[in-house]
Design a protein around this ligand. Structure first.
Ligand code: IMP
Length: 178
């Protein structure tokens, strides 16, 4: 797997340090509340697991599975819900946990849907932000790292379901998907 990686962008240690900071900030911002963390599957599972351990306040967790890619590196713009939440979000402080915001199409569709369910608040926490690729503006409250316009894998992120178990985040060699 590692031979398919062109460059490591963030090591395990760098990710851990950044998540500690994020966890502290979220704990302060949601103090006295009982937020619901909505993890977007599958890419954000590792981020969620590590972030939760750095958040020091009571919270609950639910999962939503979205498909926007059809197995390629370009978003199709078609966002399909493969698994919906089990929990009602009405009146809840909802924090969406996402792996990466790229064109913004996925987060735009997800936030529009969740808003119709009347949460008390709705915010986005993404590990990675590929800002220069944005097609639709997305209001990101918390992010781990801003990244350049490169296809990245590892730490939960995949290419055709592979590379999710790499402990770091790296740029995939172009020859793998070209
Ligand atoms: P968007 O709808 O274009 O913002 O894409 C969001 C989704 O595309 C993310 O949840 C990822 O699953 C996937 N994605 C976008 N860029 C990358 C990448 O560089 N590596 C792996 N997945 C990506």
């Amino acid at each position: 797997m590692e031979k398919d990686i062109k460059e490591i962008l963030f090591t395990e240690e760098e990710i851990k340090k950044r998540i500690e900071i994020l966890g502290k900030k979220i704990s302060e911002d949601y103090k006295g509340k009982f937020p619901l963390f909505v993890c977007i599957l599958r890419g954000a599972f590792m981020f969620l697991a590590d972030l939760l351990r750095e958040v020091q306040i009571p919270l609950s967790v639910d999962f939503m599975a979205i498909s926007s890619y059809g197995g390629n590196t370009e978003s199709t713009g078609q966002v399909k819900i493969l698994k919906d939440l089990d929990t009602s979000i009405k009146g809840r402080d909802v924090l969406i946990i996402e792996d990466i915001v790229d064109t913004g199409l996925t987060m735009d569709a997800v936030t529009r849907l969740l808003r119709t369910r009347k949460p008390k608040s709705l915010k986005i926490c993404t590990l990675l932000d590929k800002e220069e690729r944005r097609k639709i503006p997305v209001n990101i409250s918390y992010y781990g790292f801003k990244i350049p316009n490169k296809f990245v894998v590892g730490y939960g992120l995949d290419y055709k379901e592979k590379y999710r178990n790499l402990p770091f985040i790296g740029i995939l060699k172009e020859k793998i998907y070209m």
